[in-house]
Design a protein around this ligand. Structure first.
Ligand code: FMN
Length: 324
Protein backbone atom coordinates (compact mmCIF):
# COMPACT_ATOMS: atom_id res chain seq x y z
CA UNK A 1 0.00 0.00 0.00
CA UNK A 2 1.38 3.38 -0.93
CA UNK A 3 -0.51 5.10 1.91
CA UNK A 4 1.42 3.17 4.57
CA UNK A 5 4.81 3.51 2.85
CA UNK A 6 7.43 5.29 4.94
CA UNK A 7 7.90 7.82 2.12
CA UNK A 8 4.66 9.46 3.29
CA UNK A 9 5.82 9.78 6.92
CA UNK A 10 7.04 13.30 6.04
CA UNK A 11 5.41 15.26 3.19
CA UNK A 12 7.44 13.86 0.27
CA UNK A 13 8.63 16.04 -2.58
CA UNK A 14 7.85 14.74 -6.04
CA UNK A 15 9.65 15.79 -9.20
CA UNK A 16 6.82 16.23 -11.73
CA UNK A 17 6.97 14.10 -14.86
CA UNK A 18 7.87 16.39 -17.78
CA UNK A 19 8.14 15.08 -21.30
CA UNK A 20 11.58 15.67 -22.81
CA UNK A 21 12.85 17.13 -19.52
CA UNK A 22 12.71 14.56 -16.72
CA UNK A 23 14.96 11.93 -18.25
CA UNK A 24 17.28 9.79 -16.10
CA UNK A 25 19.99 12.47 -16.10
CA UNK A 26 17.75 15.25 -14.77
CA UNK A 27 15.97 12.94 -12.34
CA UNK A 28 19.34 11.87 -10.91
CA UNK A 29 20.32 15.52 -10.36
CA UNK A 30 16.99 16.26 -8.63
CA UNK A 31 17.22 13.14 -6.51
CA UNK A 32 20.71 14.09 -5.34
CA UNK A 33 19.36 17.51 -4.41
CA UNK A 34 16.46 16.26 -2.33
CA UNK A 35 13.57 15.02 -4.50
CA UNK A 36 11.98 12.04 -2.71
CA UNK A 37 9.95 10.66 -5.60
CA UNK A 38 10.76 10.65 -9.29
CA UNK A 39 8.52 9.69 -12.21
CA UNK A 40 9.43 8.89 -15.78
CA UNK A 41 8.39 11.08 -18.69
CA UNK A 42 5.04 9.85 -19.95
CA UNK A 43 5.19 6.67 -21.99
CA UNK A 44 2.73 6.03 -24.84
CA UNK A 45 0.99 2.67 -24.32
CA UNK A 46 0.64 2.07 -28.07
CA UNK A 47 4.35 2.66 -28.70
CA UNK A 48 5.31 0.45 -25.78
CA UNK A 49 3.34 -2.54 -27.00
CA UNK A 50 4.84 -1.99 -30.47
CA UNK A 51 8.25 -2.32 -28.76
CA UNK A 52 9.47 1.10 -29.94
CA UNK A 53 13.07 1.41 -28.75
CA UNK A 54 12.91 5.14 -27.93
CA UNK A 55 9.85 4.52 -25.74
CA UNK A 56 11.41 1.56 -23.95
CA UNK A 57 14.44 3.71 -23.08
CA UNK A 58 12.14 5.94 -21.03
CA UNK A 59 11.40 3.06 -18.66
CA UNK A 60 14.95 2.91 -17.33
CA UNK A 61 15.81 4.45 -14.01
CA UNK A 62 18.97 5.08 -12.02
CA UNK A 63 19.80 3.08 -8.84
CA UNK A 64 19.55 6.35 -6.88
CA UNK A 65 15.83 6.53 -7.72
CA UNK A 66 14.64 4.54 -4.73
CA UNK A 67 11.00 5.59 -5.09
CA UNK A 68 10.27 5.68 -8.76
CA UNK A 69 7.10 5.64 -10.84
CA UNK A 70 6.60 5.06 -14.55
CA UNK A 71 3.88 7.12 -16.16
CA UNK A 72 1.64 5.76 -18.87
CA UNK A 73 -0.77 7.43 -21.26
CA UNK A 74 -3.19 6.22 -23.89
CA UNK A 75 -6.88 6.01 -24.70
CA UNK A 76 -7.43 2.32 -25.28
CA UNK A 77 -8.10 -0.14 -22.48
CA UNK A 78 -6.40 -3.12 -24.07
CA UNK A 79 -3.24 -1.27 -24.99
CA UNK A 80 -3.01 0.49 -21.60
CA UNK A 81 -3.37 -2.83 -19.76
CA UNK A 82 -0.82 -4.58 -21.98
CA UNK A 83 1.58 -1.66 -21.57
CA UNK A 84 1.10 -1.75 -17.79
CA UNK A 85 2.13 -5.43 -17.82
CA UNK A 86 5.33 -4.52 -19.71
CA UNK A 87 6.04 -1.67 -17.30
CA UNK A 88 5.64 -4.03 -14.37
CA UNK A 89 8.61 -6.09 -15.59
CA UNK A 90 10.79 -3.03 -14.93
CA UNK A 91 9.75 -3.11 -11.24
CA UNK A 92 8.84 0.53 -10.62
CA UNK A 93 7.47 1.35 -7.17
CA UNK A 94 4.24 2.48 -8.82
CA UNK A 95 2.61 2.96 -12.21
CA UNK A 96 1.09 6.39 -12.75
CA UNK A 97 -1.75 6.84 -15.22
CA UNK A 98 -1.80 10.22 -16.95
CA UNK A 99 -5.33 11.61 -17.13
CA UNK A 100 -4.06 15.19 -17.10
CA UNK A 101 -2.04 16.10 -20.19
CA UNK A 102 -3.85 18.93 -22.02
CA UNK A 103 -1.69 18.95 -25.20
CA UNK A 104 -3.78 18.81 -28.35
CA UNK A 105 -1.95 15.81 -29.82
CA UNK A 106 -2.68 13.84 -26.60
CA UNK A 107 -5.99 15.16 -25.21
CA UNK A 108 -7.43 15.57 -28.71
CA UNK A 109 -7.26 11.79 -29.10
CA UNK A 110 -8.96 11.11 -25.77
CA UNK A 111 -5.75 10.41 -23.86
CA UNK A 112 -4.53 12.52 -20.93
CA UNK A 113 -7.08 15.14 -19.91
CA UNK A 114 -9.13 14.32 -23.02
CA UNK A 115 -10.51 11.41 -20.99
CA UNK A 116 -11.95 13.87 -18.45
CA UNK A 117 -14.81 14.30 -20.92
CA UNK A 118 -15.78 10.67 -20.45
CA UNK A 119 -15.58 9.87 -16.75
CA UNK A 120 -17.35 6.46 -17.02
CA UNK A 121 -14.73 5.30 -19.56
CA UNK A 122 -11.90 6.79 -17.46
CA UNK A 123 -13.12 4.76 -14.47
CA UNK A 124 -13.62 1.62 -16.55
CA UNK A 125 -10.12 1.72 -18.05
CA UNK A 126 -8.40 2.68 -14.80
CA UNK A 127 -10.17 -0.16 -12.97
CA UNK A 128 -8.86 -2.68 -15.48
CA UNK A 129 -5.29 -1.34 -15.28
CA UNK A 130 -5.43 -1.74 -11.47
CA UNK A 131 -6.72 -5.33 -11.88
CA UNK A 132 -4.07 -6.21 -14.48
CA UNK A 133 -0.97 -5.47 -12.40
CA UNK A 134 0.24 -6.16 -8.88
CA UNK A 135 2.20 -2.90 -8.76
CA UNK A 136 0.43 0.01 -7.03
CA UNK A 137 -1.30 2.29 -9.52
CA UNK A 138 -1.67 6.06 -9.06
CA UNK A 139 -3.37 8.72 -11.18
CA UNK A 140 -2.21 12.21 -12.14
CA UNK A 141 -4.93 14.53 -13.34
CA UNK A 142 -6.24 18.09 -13.33
CA UNK A 143 -9.04 19.63 -11.23
CA UNK A 144 -11.45 19.49 -14.19
CA UNK A 145 -11.87 19.60 -17.94
CA UNK A 146 -13.60 22.95 -17.81
CA UNK A 147 -14.92 24.76 -14.77
CA UNK A 148 -17.54 22.89 -12.76
CA UNK A 149 -18.16 20.17 -15.35
CA UNK A 150 -17.95 17.40 -12.76
CA UNK A 151 -16.89 17.06 -9.18
CA UNK A 152 -13.21 16.29 -8.75
CA UNK A 153 -14.05 15.32 -5.15
CA UNK A 154 -16.40 12.60 -6.46
CA UNK A 155 -13.95 11.50 -9.14
CA UNK A 156 -11.18 11.04 -6.57
CA UNK A 157 -13.51 8.98 -4.35
CA UNK A 158 -14.36 6.77 -7.30
CA UNK A 159 -10.69 6.37 -8.20
CA UNK A 160 -9.93 5.37 -4.63
CA UNK A 161 -12.83 2.90 -4.65
CA UNK A 162 -11.46 1.08 -7.71
CA UNK A 163 -8.05 0.67 -6.10
CA UNK A 164 -6.04 3.75 -7.08
CA UNK A 165 -3.44 4.19 -4.34
CA UNK A 166 -2.46 7.88 -4.72
CA UNK A 167 -3.69 10.85 -6.74
CA UNK A 168 -1.77 13.88 -7.94
CA UNK A 169 -3.90 16.91 -8.71
CA UNK A 170 -2.65 19.81 -10.82
CA UNK A 171 -4.73 22.84 -9.81
CA UNK A 172 -5.70 23.81 -13.34
CA UNK A 173 -8.41 22.64 -15.71
CA UNK A 174 -7.69 21.14 -19.14
CA UNK A 175 -9.07 24.30 -20.76
CA UNK A 176 -6.60 26.44 -18.83
CA UNK A 177 -3.64 24.55 -20.27
CA UNK A 178 -0.82 26.33 -18.39
CA UNK A 179 -2.51 29.75 -18.24
CA UNK A 180 -3.65 31.60 -15.13
CA UNK A 181 -2.71 30.51 -11.66
CA UNK A 182 -3.05 27.03 -10.22
CA UNK A 183 -6.00 26.92 -7.82
CA UNK A 184 -5.34 24.63 -4.90
CA UNK A 185 -8.80 25.12 -3.33
CA UNK A 186 -10.26 22.00 -4.94
CA UNK A 187 -7.12 20.03 -4.11
CA UNK A 188 -7.73 20.98 -0.48
CA UNK A 189 -11.39 19.91 -0.76
CA UNK A 190 -10.39 16.51 -2.09
CA UNK A 191 -7.96 16.10 0.79
CA UNK A 192 -10.57 17.27 3.32
CA UNK A 193 -13.09 14.64 2.19
CA UNK A 194 -13.30 12.29 5.20
CA UNK A 195 -13.79 9.31 2.86
CA UNK A 196 -10.39 9.84 1.24
CA UNK A 197 -7.59 7.85 2.85
CA UNK A 198 -5.10 7.57 -0.04
CA UNK A 199 -2.29 10.14 -0.39
CA UNK A 200 -3.24 13.32 -2.27
CA UNK A 201 -0.31 15.10 -3.89
CA UNK A 202 -0.73 18.77 -4.73
CA UNK A 203 0.79 20.23 -7.88
CA UNK A 204 0.92 23.55 -9.69
CA UNK A 205 2.98 26.72 -9.42
CA UNK A 206 5.21 25.72 -6.52
CA UNK A 207 8.04 28.11 -7.22
CA UNK A 208 9.72 28.34 -3.82
CA UNK A 209 10.05 26.58 -0.48
CA UNK A 210 7.84 29.27 1.05
CA UNK A 211 5.05 28.51 -1.45
CA UNK A 212 5.41 24.77 -0.76
CA UNK A 213 5.06 25.37 2.97
CA UNK A 214 2.10 27.71 2.47
CA UNK A 215 0.22 25.16 0.30
CA UNK A 216 1.06 22.30 2.66
CA UNK A 217 -0.28 24.22 5.66
CA UNK A 218 -3.36 25.56 3.84
CA UNK A 219 -4.45 22.39 2.09
CA UNK A 220 -2.92 19.61 4.18
CA UNK A 221 -1.75 17.62 1.14
CA UNK A 222 0.25 14.42 1.63
CA UNK A 223 2.91 15.32 -0.92
CA UNK A 224 4.05 18.26 -3.01
CA UNK A 225 4.96 17.93 -6.68
CA UNK A 226 7.27 20.42 -8.38
CA UNK A 227 7.81 20.69 -12.13
CA UNK A 228 8.89 23.79 -14.00
CA UNK A 229 10.51 25.47 -11.01
CA UNK A 230 13.02 22.61 -10.77
CA UNK A 231 14.34 23.24 -14.29
CA UNK A 232 17.67 25.03 -13.78
CA UNK A 233 16.92 25.09 -10.06
CA UNK A 234 16.97 21.51 -8.75
CA UNK A 235 18.06 23.02 -5.40
CA UNK A 236 14.39 23.85 -4.83
CA UNK A 237 13.99 20.37 -3.30
CA UNK A 238 16.71 21.04 -0.71
CA UNK A 239 15.21 24.42 0.03
CA UNK A 240 11.77 22.82 0.56
CA UNK A 241 13.20 20.13 2.82
CA UNK A 242 14.95 22.69 4.93
CA UNK A 243 11.73 24.66 5.44
CA UNK A 244 9.19 21.81 5.60
CA UNK A 245 11.16 19.23 7.51
CA UNK A 246 13.75 21.42 9.23
CA UNK A 247 16.47 19.40 7.60
CA UNK A 248 19.93 20.99 7.21
CA UNK A 249 19.82 24.73 6.65
CA UNK A 250 19.72 25.79 3.03
CA UNK A 251 21.98 28.29 1.34
CA UNK A 252 21.37 29.41 -2.23
CA UNK A 253 23.85 27.87 -4.70
CA UNK A 254 26.68 30.14 -5.84
CA UNK A 255 27.25 30.71 -9.57
CA UNK A 256 30.06 28.13 -9.51
CA UNK A 257 27.74 25.61 -7.75
CA UNK A 258 25.19 26.18 -10.50
CA UNK A 259 27.72 25.59 -13.25
CA UNK A 260 29.16 22.52 -11.50
CA UNK A 261 25.68 20.94 -11.38
CA UNK A 262 25.07 21.94 -15.00
CA UNK A 263 28.32 20.17 -15.96
CA UNK A 264 27.32 17.10 -13.97
CA UNK A 265 23.90 17.09 -15.65
CA UNK A 266 25.61 17.44 -19.05
CA UNK A 267 27.91 14.47 -18.34
CA UNK A 268 24.98 12.32 -17.14
CA UNK A 269 23.06 13.25 -20.26
CA UNK A 270 26.00 12.13 -22.44
CA UNK A 271 26.39 8.93 -20.39
CA UNK A 272 22.73 7.95 -20.80
CA UNK A 273 21.98 9.22 -24.31
CA UNK A 274 25.33 9.28 -26.08
CA UNK A 275 27.23 12.28 -27.46
CA UNK A 276 24.74 13.47 -30.06
CA UNK A 277 21.39 13.17 -28.25
CA UNK A 278 22.91 13.87 -24.85
CA UNK A 279 24.38 17.14 -26.10
CA UNK A 280 21.21 18.22 -27.90
CA UNK A 281 18.95 17.41 -24.94
CA UNK A 282 21.05 19.60 -22.64
CA UNK A 283 20.40 22.67 -24.77
CA UNK A 284 16.98 22.89 -23.07
CA UNK A 285 18.64 23.42 -19.71
CA UNK A 286 21.51 25.93 -20.12
CA UNK A 287 19.36 29.06 -20.06
CA UNK A 288 17.74 28.03 -16.79
CA UNK A 289 21.01 27.01 -15.09
CA UNK A 290 22.72 30.23 -16.15
CA UNK A 291 19.75 32.49 -15.39
CA UNK A 292 20.76 35.63 -13.55
CA UNK A 293 24.48 35.26 -14.22
CA UNK A 294 25.67 38.59 -15.58
CA UNK A 295 27.68 39.28 -18.74
CA UNK A 296 27.56 35.79 -20.24
CA UNK A 297 24.88 36.26 -22.89
CA UNK A 298 27.24 35.64 -25.82
CA UNK A 299 28.70 32.51 -24.18
CA UNK A 300 25.19 31.24 -23.43
CA UNK A 301 24.14 31.67 -27.04
CA UNK A 302 27.38 30.06 -28.24
CA UNK A 303 26.68 27.03 -26.04
CA UNK A 304 23.61 26.33 -28.15
CA UNK A 305 25.70 26.08 -31.30
CA UNK A 306 28.44 23.75 -30.07
CA UNK A 307 28.29 20.18 -31.31
CA UNK A 308 31.29 18.76 -29.58
CA UNK A 309 31.33 17.46 -25.99
CA UNK A 310 34.78 18.89 -25.17
CA UNK A 311 33.87 22.29 -26.58
CA UNK A 312 30.76 22.42 -24.39
CA UNK A 313 32.76 21.44 -21.32
CA UNK A 314 35.41 24.06 -22.13
CA UNK A 315 32.74 26.73 -22.51
CA UNK A 316 31.02 25.81 -19.23
CA UNK A 317 34.37 25.81 -17.44
CA UNK A 318 35.24 29.17 -18.99
CA UNK A 319 31.96 30.64 -17.71
CA UNK A 320 32.70 29.11 -14.32
CA UNK A 321 36.15 30.73 -14.25
CA UNK A 322 34.52 34.18 -14.43
CA UNK A 323 32.96 33.47 -11.02
CA UNK A 324 35.76 31.52 -9.31
C1 FMN B 1 7.57 20.62 -20.63
C2 FMN B 1 6.52 19.94 -19.80
C3 FMN B 1 6.28 18.60 -19.99
C4 FMN B 1 5.31 17.95 -19.23
N1 FMN B 1 5.13 16.60 -19.39
C5 FMN B 1 4.28 15.93 -18.57
C6 FMN B 1 4.17 14.52 -18.61
O1 FMN B 1 4.85 13.84 -19.39
N2 FMN B 1 3.29 13.93 -17.77
C7 FMN B 1 2.53 14.66 -16.87
O2 FMN B 1 1.74 14.09 -16.12
N3 FMN B 1 2.62 15.99 -16.81
C8 FMN B 1 3.49 16.64 -17.61
N4 FMN B 1 3.64 17.98 -17.47
C9 FMN B 1 2.88 18.69 -16.41
C10 FMN B 1 3.71 18.73 -15.10
O3 FMN B 1 3.93 17.42 -14.60
C11 FMN B 1 3.01 19.56 -14.02
O4 FMN B 1 1.76 18.99 -13.77
C12 FMN B 1 2.80 21.01 -14.46
O5 FMN B 1 3.97 21.54 -15.05
C13 FMN B 1 2.39 21.88 -13.26
O6 FMN B 1 3.38 21.86 -12.26
P1 FMN B 1 4.45 23.07 -12.10
O7 FMN B 1 3.68 24.35 -11.97
O8 FMN B 1 5.21 22.73 -10.84
O9 FMN B 1 5.32 23.06 -13.32
C14 FMN B 1 4.57 18.66 -18.25
C15 FMN B 1 4.83 20.01 -18.07
C16 FMN B 1 5.79 20.66 -18.82
C17 FMN B 1 6.06 22.13 -18.57
Amino acid sequence: MLSTHSIFAKTPLFLAPMDDITDVAFRTICKELGADVTISEFVASDALIRDVEKTKRKLKSSPIENFFGIQLFGNNKHSLCEAAKIIETYHPDFIDVNWGCPAKKIAGKGSGSGMLQNIPLLIDITKDIVKTVNTPVSVKTRIGYDTADYSIVDLCERLQDIGIQAITLHGRTKKQMFKGNADWTLIGQVKANPRIHIPIIGNGDITSAEKALEMKLKHNVDGIMIGRAAIGNPWIFKACKSLLHHEESFTEPSPTDRIDVCIKHFLLSIEHKGNVSGLLEMRKHYKAYLKGLAHIKSERIKLLTLNNVNEVLEMLNRIKSYYA
